[in-house]
Ligand binder design. Structure first.
Ligand code: NAD
Length: 260
């Protein structure tokens, strides 16, 4: 379905970003990979699915790096048709103890990076399909884009912000073939959440399994994690022709978290 299209997925060396990149690769998209850590492993997984893969190591907290990455993607594959703004970090602390450098980093990586990548991707998307426009911008927000949780001030502010950015991007392109939507997962067992499970186990002197059950039980009525594969399938739907008129939604996949 996506043969000949190019998807740039930020933070795609791990977790949800890698899951979405794999789902798009299965549909035939070329992938521009970004993120830190096991780059070679992620690249190999995507190539095994038959995708053409390029990698750029932009630090998403740095606008100049993002500009360089978008230039690189266009040079490799002509243009970016699908932009998935996914890179993100977390820090957990009460506001009065929240380190200001952590606040700045979370706002830069989880929110401002999406603005920069979007502003740079839009002109080519708007010009595509003989000027009628074709493009998909998918912002990986969170259930924390819809509701709050204590000790996550920067994360919740950034995720509410990205839901707002999603709506404005969708509205400014509503008469074109460029759509923008947000995905709002509940708990997904990735390294980002494993750290929170580990902290809970250490603080409570309990096992990892007990900490996992506690974490789910506090927020997620289904008592089960959403998977990167499920989120990848949602991204594929948004990229499909059936997603042509889905614009500006914040779609939760959260086991009922936000329904409470
Ligand atoms: P993860 O830690 O597995 O992956 C994060 C990715 O972002 C990695 O590829 C990492 O290298 C990259 N990254 C981090 N800082 C970066 C930077 N400065 N520049 C470039 N890349 C950087 O985490 P994840 O859980 O897969 O999170 C991905 C996204 O999903 C985040 O935006 C997160 O907020 C969101 N999310 C996660 C959950 C969850 O439960 N795991 C729930 C809702 C939303």
């Amino acid at each position: 379905m996506l043969k000949g299209k190019t998807a740039l997925v930020t933070g795609s060396t791990s977790g949800i970003g890698l899951g979405i990149a794999k789902a798009l690769a299965v549909q035939g998209a070329n992938i521009v990979l970004n993120g830190f850590g096991d780059v070679d492993g992620a690249k190999a997984e995507l190539e095994a699915l038959g995708a053409r893969v390029a990698y750029h190591g932009a630090d998403m907290s740095k606008p100049a790096d993002i500009e360089d990455m978008m230039r690189y993607a266009a040079a490799q594959f002509e243009r970016v048709d699908i932009l998935v703004n996914n890179a993100g970090i977390q820090h957990v602390a009460r506001i009065e103890h929240f380190p200001t450098e952590k606040w700045d980093a979370i706002i830069a990586i989880n929110l401002s990076s999406a603005f920069h990548a979007t502003r740079l991707a839009l002109p080519a998307m708007q010009a595509a399909d003989k000027g009628k426009g074709w493009g998909r911008i998918i912002n990986v927000a969170s259930v924390h884009g819809l509701v709050g949780s204590a000790e996550k001030s920067a994360y919740v502010a950034a995720k509410h912000g990205i839901v707002g950015l999603t709506k404005v991007t969708a509205l400014e392109n509503a008469t074109s073939g460029v759509t923008c939507n947000a995905i709002c997962p509940g708990w997904v067992l990735t390294p980002l959440v494993q750290k929170q499970v580990d902290a809970k186990a250490a603080a409570g002197g309990i096992s990892n399994a007990a900490a996992t059950q506690q974490l789910l039980g506090e927020k997620e009525p289904s008592l089960q994690f959403t998977t990167p594969e499920e989120l990848g399938a949602l991204a594929v739907f948004l990229c499909s022709p059936a997603g042509n008129n889905v614009r500006g939604v914040a779609w939760n996949m959260d086991g009922g978290w936000a329904a409470q």
